[in-house]
Design a protein around this ligand. Structure first.
Ligand code: GLN
Length: 546
């Protein structure tokens, strides 16, 4: 029998439901289960592709080109769950599908209603994932907070599934908050209310994850259990972690969460192997060297805008047994400085991530120039690669008016432009290149050495491309083309010659990096950054940063 776990959240948003669901998934995998995780987003947007990174954080892209909520990135980092369009369900999609069917006359004249038609469609979408032959357990994270109007149809679908498939096949896990008063007292009332609200919808939670400043003592757990009708042994603490979110699987495991959940689901399980997580956490908790990386972008005000990039940099640190400290810099602010040397003093490596629109571009171009001229390790991702190309064309090739047509449609030298503006290239399809495609790594390049393979599959999310018209001119001047599409039609990566480590990639390697298995590009970038300054001693680094 296939198993399902619904993860809901109460009291307020941003309690870390995504990470809780991902950590639970990881523990299930450590016990030998094959899992999938599905995110339900109760908003009307069909997908996250049109949402501003300011409001919603990063858009996570899957192999099949779905533009999703950043929680899918958490699932990718914590688990092996394969993620695709099917892993992200929004209200917008469900209504669109139901309305489409209605237009096709498939409801045979019946009145189409939220219950049963919308809820049936939600259940079908979840079951389509969970019933696959290579899946034992599906975790469904329901976005939003219990009590929101928007999430009602999804909670109703969960209620029906619990009823139809039975309590030993479908479990309800509720994440809630235990706030602390100014006097340092932990309060259970909001949790009691949140569970009450869930029960009004017809869902009795089986497991409670209580977000609290510290571990709850047994008296507190007993009290919560009594008021919420949840068994004492199923009330868990989700205490704030000290160094990294990657402590969470270990923290849940220490409370036997995996055993209790699997016992309830009547699933036999083996010994858990959490060595990988212990190693990851060990690096974050160590007092060893710190590598300081500047991330120069335009969406730095919101912490989650470059979530996968940030995490991949940390993973690169884990691969090298060093801690990574990120210094977020607003590229627009850098534009105002005469000398970037000061801004980058004490920085070991520079990363320019992806982005859209012209604001802050000059700051990124100057950042690329600074890194190139001062031999600072530089990783340019998507837009970060495009600014490398513009900078090189301007300052090395001598094309003063080189630009991207995204920022300067009328420029004299459009070294980055839309495919339709490039007469010699066939149309590649839609307006945005989305999802995975294969790149061929050019022999003899650093990129090929880093990957150790002749081809790679990486994900894309961009409209503009390096203009082929300039490709050979740039290469002749020393901007090495390090990767191309399989048909050689498009540039996928460039690399500075006469530089120790300066690589730009048109794709997004950050989406595939895991703490336990760092992406080779990030591992190599951190190694280069560590090597450059030669600060290997922690005490020295701490002293130099003081
Ligand atoms: N704005 C650029 C493009 O559309 C880069 C996109 C990105 O960095 N994801 O090509």
């Amino acid at each position: 029998m296939k198993k399902y776990v619904f993860v809901t959240g109460g009291v307020c948003s941003s309690l870390g439901k995504g990470i809780a669901a991902a950590s639970l998934g990881s523990l299930m995998e450590c016990r030998g289960l094959r899992i999938r995780i599905v995110k339900v987003d109760p908003y009307i947007n069909v997908d996250a592709g049109t949402m501003s990174p300011y409001q919603h954080g990063e858009v996570y892209v899957t192999d099949d080109g779905a533009e999703t909520d950043l929680d899918l990135g958490n699932y990718a980092r914590f688990t092996q769950s394969s993620l695709s369009k099917a892993s992200s369900i929004t209200t917008g999609q469900v209504y669109q599908e139901v309305i489409q069917r209605e237009r096709e006359g498939r409801y045979l004249g019946r009145t189409v209603q939220v219950i049963p038609h919308i809820t049936d469609r939600i259940k079908q979408r979840i079951l389509a994932v969970g019933e696959q032959s290579d899946v034992d357990l599906t975790i469904v994270e329901i976005g939003g907070t219990v009590g929101d109007i928007e999430s009602v149809p999804f909670l109703e679908a969960a209620r029906q599934m619990i009823h139809e498939l039975g309590h030993e096949n479908v479990l309800s896990v509720h994440l809630t908050l235990i706030p602390e008063t100014a006097g340092g007292e932990l309060k259970t009332k909001p949790t009691q209310h949140s569970v009450k609200e869930l029960r009004e919808i017809g869902i009795q939670p089986d497991v409670l994850l209580c977000r609290a400043p510290a571990q709850l003592d047994d008296d507190m757990r007993r009290k919560i259990a009594l008021f919420t009708n949840v068994d004492f042994d199923a009330v868990f603490s989700a205490a704030d972690v000290s160094k990294t979110i990657y402590e969470i699987p270990l923290m849940f495991h220490a409370q036997k969460m995996d055993e209790i959940i699997l016992d309830r689901l009547k699933v036999p399980y083996g010994e858990a192997d959490l060595d990988g997580w212990s190693r990851v956490v060990g690096v974050f908790q160590s007092s060893g060297p710190i590598v300081r990386i500047a991330v120069v972008g335009k969406y730095i005000d919101l912490n989650d805008s470059y979530k996968s990039v940030d995490e991949a940099l940390y993973h690169g640190g884990v691969a090298n047994d060093v801690r990574v400290e990120l210094v977020k810099m607003d590229s627009e602010k850098l534009e105002k400085l005469d000398d970037l040397g000061e801004a980058f003093s004490g920085i070991d490596g520079i990363l320019v991530p992806g982005g859209f629109g012209s604001r802050g571009i000059d700051g990124m171009i100057r950042t690329a120039q600074y890194a190139r001229e001062n031999n600072v390790p530089y990783l340019g991702i998507c837009l970060g690669m495009q600014v490398m190309v513009i900078e090189y064309a301007r300052n090395v090739v001598g094309l003063a008016d080189a630009d991207s047509t995204e920022f300067a449609p009328e420029c004299e030298h459009p070294v980055v432009s839309l495919l339709e503006e490039q007469v010699d290239v066939k149309n590649y399809g839609g307006t945005m290149r989305l999802g995975a495609s294969t790149s061929v790594l050019v022999e003899g390049t650093q990129l090929r050495e880093v990957y150790g393979t002749a081809t790679v599959s990486e994900r894309h999310r961009h409209r503009y491309e390096v203009a082929n018209k300039y490709r050979y001119r740039l290469a002749a001047a020393g901007l090495i083309v390090a990767a191309v599409t399989a048909d050689d039609a498009l540039v996928e990566s460039v690399q500075w010659s006469r530089h120790d480590w300066g690589i730009g990639v048109q794709f997004h390697p950050e989406f595939k990096s895991k703490p336990i298995d760092a992406h080779p590009l990030f591992a190599s970038f951190i190694a280069a950054s560590l090597g450059r300054t030669g600060v290997k001693d922690a005490a020295e680094r701490v002293a130099s940063s003081a």
